[in-house]
Design a protein around this ligand. Sequence first.
Ligand SMILES: [Zn+2]
Length: 501
Amino acid sequence: MKKTSLYTLPVLCACLLLGSSKPVGGADGTTAELEAALATIEAVEIGSDVRFLSSDDLAGRDTPGPGLKLAARFIQARIQRLGFKPGAGEDFLQEYPLRHRAIDLSRSAFSVETSAGESLRLRFDEDYLFTNGEVWDHTIEAGLIGAGKGEREDIEGRDYSGKWALCVDSGRHAGLRRRLLMQAGAVGVIVLPNAELPDQKRREKIRRSAMWAKRGSIEFPEAELEKVTVERPAADYFHQVYLTEAGFNQLAARIGSSNVEELAIPGRQLDWTAKDERFLPGEGGVIEVENVCGFWPGSEPELARDVILISAHYDHVGTRDGKIYNGADDNASGTSGLLAIAEALATHGPLRRSVMLIWVSAEEKGLFGSQAWVESPTLPPGSRAICNINIDMIGRNEPGELYITPSENHRKFNTLGKLAAEFSPLEGFEELGDADAYYERSDHANFARMGIPVAFLFNGEHEDYHQPTDTYEKIDTDKIRRVSRLVLRMIAALQSDNLDL
Ligand SMILES: [Zn+2]
């Protein structure tokens, strides 16, 4: 059940009497269509969207991740049903490449084959580790030679050409060991755990680094795609594999010996081969992620070429150490607000100018989704973006607390800021605070690089910002409703013939 505006009925009647096709507005100068559209925006409905988007099932909407994909499809289904046009060519989803430097666990493995034909396949993180600096597409298969504790006297004067060096962890000199073994021709080192070693801190460090190898880093491909593929010359490459206790115990069971020192006697040839296969996700680390774009065409042929961009990022920071970062305020709030605006536009019908709603991904990784859009804008031929309003974190803090950038103190202050100041008291924000310190911190910063005016609406930071405690229960859904209404009022005010932005 939608709320009914006080103004809707009388205004519609007046229109009929006047025979006008354009209904005159409510008391504050709004049209009947706008009143009806504003009334479509409801806190309860917004709340259900925030609840879904910030649910544990979406695992914090990390870029990349299944939770993010699910969120994108949810948004797409909603705007498609509302009658939006695909905003990325034939599609609602704009795919763009990112480079994910992480270990692809589904394809990577370390396996050992003994002379007796026994083979053992170990699992990364549980059975073996390597550090995050060593994540590349690369495979090495070679025989093994013992190399003691990897000390100078164990290595110098011996030939390790084309072989894995098998070392007992000495707890020190890893850099020196690596250099000496490379000089001696080894392709890599397999480090066996040393039960007598007191230095747990170092192993902990390796484990943490391995965790980062799993999570990886996300980069925006600056160069053309061919150059993105991560390739490291084999000559430079020296694999280091640390077997964990669990990994070594499996090996010991197969070979019937758990005597690490005996296994690693310097110069002792073992009749085994070891294969280390490391793969980045996708093609050499290049993965595709998505922005969701919905287009709401304008009705006046000339003005419809002007496209108003409204954006919110739908990604968050994912799951860390088993804790889900739900990102209810950041930015399930803005994502849901944008969905509410989509519904309101569907109720309103076409405006004179066109509107593109963009839910971007990878904001938390470095504003990459908006960067990708700005580098390849998905605008219909002949049209141009004229401005951007970006909403990110609009459901927390005091009900009347809302900030904007560029504020009037900022050199980029523009008409959007004036409109926001004019309409915000109508939605319970007596005065907008200044968020100029955040001018570079969300997606509007990228849209501004197109040379268009932007406005960023934001509720300010709070103690749950980027914490697992940014959850649904704390969200002020009525605040999201009012910010969404404010944005809709701003969009509606951008329809005059001679618009001066
Ligand atoms: Zn955010």
